[in-house]
Design a protein around this ligand. Sequence first.
Ligand code: PNS
Length: 172
Amino acid sequence: MTQCRVAIYPGSFDPVTSGHYDIIVRASRLFERLIVAVAPNPSKQPLFTAEERVAILQEVCASLPNVQVECFEGLLVDFAMKCGAQVIVKGLRAVSDFDYELQMALTNKRLCPQVETIFMMTSSEYVFLSSSMVKEIARLGGSVQGLVPKAVEPYLYRKLGRSVPNKETKRG
Ligand code: PNS
């Protein structure tokens, strides 16, 4: 039996959310080494540059010794092979993620049968969460406390030219 020691967790991470971080922590316990792979994705017109997203993730993951953050261009499976990763980790939030994720997993399998995609269910408290949602809340002056790792907040508000709200935006 072959043991999978290196896994890759790809994404745009624009910016990394608490949901992403939850997957990173849980996946880092399953593999000897976890590579968080940042895709530049210019077509999505990201808020942060790829270099900024890598720097933020490095800060957020600093306490996880077997987690490494890298930026990649081109095909994910090529990068996985280059890194010696046998597994692609993806987070699944809801049924709405499934079609797209299945399509990507099958495409990657077709391109590179040696690399396996595994899905981890997002923890229930983050099922609704996305980077787009976080950016919209921050852009409109709401608090993203708890929705992103603490270290992300100042980067986000600074980028949007806003000050960090001092109260959590929870009504009722
Ligand atoms: O966080 P995202 O934007 O959903 O991540 C998407 C990502 C980066 C995982 C996906 O776009 C990707 O794998 N890009 C690399 C290009 C590639 O390999 N495409 C072919 C497989 S679908």
